[in-house]
Design a protein around this ligand. Structure first.
Ligand code: BES
Ligand code: MN
Ligand code: ZN
Length: 510
């Protein structure tokens, strides 16, 4: 549940906390007086001069706060990088880094000052997100109680003399931030669940609990219904596993919804991807328990949306399968017929994500979606292109991908726009069917996206390939190793800022 984050307007010297975090820019030579008394200021200046503390992003400097009359017990300088390269995300990351470091040092309470470099409401939301993200803990199956992380009480400090109205606006955005952070952590927890615990049926049960807890409508389609809907791509992938497939459909329908708009969120839900008959190598295969991270992002974003209540209808769809090489499994060369009638020659059973998403995207359209966005750990190739820091963004038209990118940037999800030139479609040409499901090694992430586009019916559509961003391979100051919760806040922010893409109901937003 969201961390209750206090927002206070007070003199920093009076805060009764273990650690007071003070954001600092590169090149600043003094600590803002709100953040330290004379003794600490001198020590900080020495640390800056000696380059012990550089204020680069992710850097920290901790010193006892033994100035007369100061109640905080430690001061932690937190690097924001250079002023000229500042974005609100720097504040988000600095808050996470500060909270993770405070927890490492067994601190029980942390107060953090604002940098003032963003509008207060925006910075407070980002800091609340960052503080909440630091509460995630990967060791959910450890039995030693010592390994449970300590609870860290977090406070955001507004400048003294903040007006009551401004404080109210800020408090609302802190609440929004902690909810978005908590839902990111929910997605991380789902992604971290092993394949034996989180089967398609178990994922659907978890989604049902989440939906009931926040007033979302939910329907779980079982195999018979998927059969009745002719979802040949879904059913084809499911054949190789003893676990039966599911399709989760979550509905957010506010009373006063803007007319004519339905945002369709679709997330890949492969609860374990062994590759099927085109079996993956054993090396690192365990990581494929996280192949439902896109689905987890959709479920968690739906929860955030149901709680924060934007005035736009949203439907979340998660096709759920396990991709296994059982005796009845899909074979290379098999031809499947999708729900919308297109036929696919399966050249590689490990390219299963695009298959289940094809049927799920069609289904979103039959449910009336007017705008589509899908999130999927779709390819390893996206990591070759962009590495672990940046999500691949694909889609059309340009105004929609542009809007999704700006929204993602605000939410702290880094994306980069990838091309979808028509020629790439040639790589999916099949002799026997409408297309194949695998376009070879060159441009592997792009041909996967081109495959998905076939099922979007020309609607505004964006695809986030989180194949390399759903799981952090290495710890960073702002992010521990493990599931990242990528895309949750982007999806929720899209719904929360529907004004920006529903300029008029004829759909001519530009
Ligand atoms: N789930 C994988 C993609 C993936 C791989 C995500 C590694 C994260 C880390 C996906 O189903 C897959 O196997 N894709 C293949 C496609 C290929 C067979 C055309 C890939 O990327 O190798
Ligand atoms: Mn695969
Ligand atoms: Zn997969």
């Amino acid at each position: 549940m969201p961390l209750p984050i206090d927002v206070v307007s007070a003199s920093a010297s009076l805060l009764d906390v273990d650690t007071l975090a003070v954001p600092m820019f590169e090149g600043d030579v003094t600590v803002p007086m709100a953040g330290a008394g004379p003794v600490v200021s001198r020590r900080a200046s020495e640390a800056i001069t000696s380059r012990e503390f550089t204020a680069k992003p992710g850097t920290l400097f901790v010193t006892p706060a033994d100035d007369e009359g100061w109640r905080p017990r430690r001061i932690m300088l937190v690097g924001l990088g250079s002023r000229s390269s500042y974005t609100t995300d720097r504040s988000r990351r600095a808050a996470t880094a500060a909270a993770l470091a405070a927890r490492d040092r067994k601190q029980r309470s942390l107060a953090i000052l604002l940098s003032g470099a963003s509008a207060a409401v925006d910075e407070v939301q980002a800091v609340a997100e960052g503080l909440t993200l630091a509460a995630y803990h990967i060791g959910s199956y450890k039995t030693d109680p010592e390994s449970k992380p300590l609870f860290l009480k977090a406070t955001i400090v507004m400048p003294e003399g903040t007006t009551r109205d401004a404080a109210e606006a800020v408090r609302a955005r802190a609440g929004r931030g902690s909810m978005l952070g908590a839902c990111s952590n929910l997605a991380r927890a789902l992604a971290n669940e092993p394949g034996n615990a989180l089967t398609p049926a178990a994922f659907a049960d978890a989604a049902r609990d989440i939906a009931h807890g926040c007033g979302l409508g939910i329907e779980v389609l079982e195999e018979e219904q998927l059969t009745a809907l002719d979802m040949g791509l879904m059913l084809g992938v499911a054949r190789g596993s003893a676990e039966r497939p599911r399709m989760v459909v979550m509905r957010y329908e506010p009373e006063h919804a803007r007319p004519g708009v339905l945002l369709g969120l679709v997330g890949k839900g492969v609860t374990f991807d062994a590759g099927g008959i085109s079996l993956k190598s054993a090396d690192g295969m365990h990581k494929m328990k996280g192949d439902m991270s896109g689905g987890a992002a959709v479920v968690a974003a739906m929860k955030a949306i149901a709680t924060l209540k934007p005035d736009v209808r949203v439907t979340g769809i998660v096709p759920l399968v396990e991709n296994m090489p059982g005796g009845r499994a899909l074979k290379p060369g098999d031809v499947l017929r999708s729900a919308e009638g297109k036929t696919v020659e399966v050249l590689d059973t490990d390219a299963e994500g695009r298959l289940i998403l094809g049927d799920a995207l069609s289904y979103a359209r039959t449910l009336g979606a007017t705008h589509l966005i899908d999130v999927a750990t779709l390819t390893g190739a996206i990591g070759v292109a962009l590495g672990g820091s940046t999500t691949g963004l694909f889609g059309s038209p340009d105004w929609w991908t542009g809007l999704v990118q700006r929204t993602a940037t605000r939410a702290g999800d880094r994306t980069w726009l990838m091309p979808l030139f028509e020629d790439y479609r040639d790589q999916l040409r099949s002799d026997i069917a409408d297309m194949t499901n695998a376009g070879g090694r060159p441009a592997g992430a792009i041909t996967a996206a081109v495959f998905l586009k076939e099922f979007t019916g020309g609607l505004p559509w964006a695809h986030l390939d989180i194949g390399s961003t759903a799981w952090a391979e290495e710890a960073q100051p702002h992010q521990p190793k493990g599931p990242t919760g990528v895309a949750v806040r982007t999806l929720a922010e899209l719904a929360l800022t529907a004004d920006e893409w529903t300029a008029d109901i004829s759909g001519t937003a530009s």
